[in-house]
Design a protein around this ligand. Structure first.
Ligand SMILES: C[S@@+](CC[C@H](N)C(=O)[O-])C[C@H]1O[C@@H](n2cnc3c(N)ncnc32)[C@H](O)[C@@H]1O
Length: 300
């Protein structure tokens, strides 16, 4: 991009009133992305090569100012939505309608993906739930424990739609990380949710987030999933939190629970294959080789 093209892009973003309307979150994401990865990157590149940097510095400042202005609109929007959830409460269809004002919630695509693919809904949910930067891990994971990675938000929305949850269900997210699945499931369905997480800093973060949104039915338990109390659980979600022996131990604990009441296990990612080998569980839908598709198992 030559300087005149950069100037023209900056001018058109500056003047584009649509971007400054609160509702146009999608368009702002595109604009922020373009400023960051095309305009600013390009200017930094040019700055390395020039002997007359003044004009480039001015353009870079201008681009950064627009980016900050757009980000502030999002940040105010999230503050407002958090306050609404906290004070008025906003669950189920109301919560979906609130999100649908800003993001297209068409769920038809995500079940065909071959990997955990993220999109604008994730950026929106990250903004809505994230109050602080992601905390540092304080405990070393054991070999079979899987490091933190989020379930794509769209997959959680799909789970809430596909799996019929009753008000008396108690949903567990095993390896709940920063708490996004647990919080979303509660907001989307109203059921009580427990997250079980090995890393204390992640657990604290998730608790702060649930408290900020005033969600007393979302709890986070800081323990190893092998030691957790599952005596109240009816639905257990796993986005491959662990493998091998740990997985076998946790599944044995869940099997014990299944002798007392019917339970469901919902998997996402590579753990689906491991869970699928359990003779006491049957998949609700046909077997599918795509591991990045939700699979629901019920106890026999
Ligand atoms: C792939 S992430 C999934 C995070 C979250 N469930 C989600 O889908 O957004 C796996 C999480 O499991 C946690 N974990 C790994 N082993 C664990 C164990 N034995 N007990 C509890 N949590 C564990 C990790 O710290 C990590 O946060």
């Amino acid at each position: 991009m030559v300087i005149s093209a950069i100037q023209s892009h900056i001018r058109s973003i500056e003047k584009n009133e649509v971007l400054y309307e609160e509702k146009n979150f999608d368009k702002r994401i595109e604009a922020i992305d373009f400023i960051e990865f095309h305009i600013i990157d390009q200017l930094e590149d040019l700055l390395q090569k020039t002997t007359a940097p003044d004009e480039l510095h001015l353009l870079k400042d201008r681009a950064e100012k627009i980016k900050t202005k757009l980000e502030e609109i999002d940040s105010k929007l999230f503050q407002k939505l958090r306050a609404d959830i906290r004070s008025v409460g906003c669950a189920g269809n109301e919560f979906k309608a609130m999100i649908n004002k800003y993001i297209d919630l068409d769920l038809s695509d995500s079940q065909h993906q071959q990997e955990a693919g993220y999109d604008n809904l994730d950026i929106f949910i990250n903004g809505l739930f994230s109050l602080q930067a992601m905390p540092e891990q304080t405990k070393e994971l054991e070999l079979e424990m899987v490091y933190y990675q989020k379930t794509p938000a769209r997959v959680v929305f799909e789970m809430a739609e596909q799996v019929s949850l009753m008000q008396e269900d108690i949903f567990f997210d095993l390896g709940s990380g920063l708490g996004q699945v647990a919080i979303l499931v509660n907001l989307l369905t109203g059921v009580t949710v427990n997250g079980v997480e090995f890393e204390p800093a992640f657990c604290d973060y998730a608790r702060d987030c649930a408290t900020e949104l005033n969600l007393p039915e979302v709890k986070f338990i800081n323990t190893d999933a092998r030691q957790a109390d599952y005596s109240e659980g009816t639905i257990f979600f796993m986005f491959t939190p662990f493998r091998g022996e740990i997985m076998q131990e946790v599944l044995a604990a869940l099997r014990k629970e299944s002798l007392l009441r019917k339970i469901k296990i919902i998997t996402y990612g590579p753990c689906t294959a491991e869970v699928g080998l359990q003779g006491w569980l049957s998949p609700v839908s046909m077997k599918d080789d795509n591991m990045y598709k939700l699979t629901v198992f019920t106890s026999c």
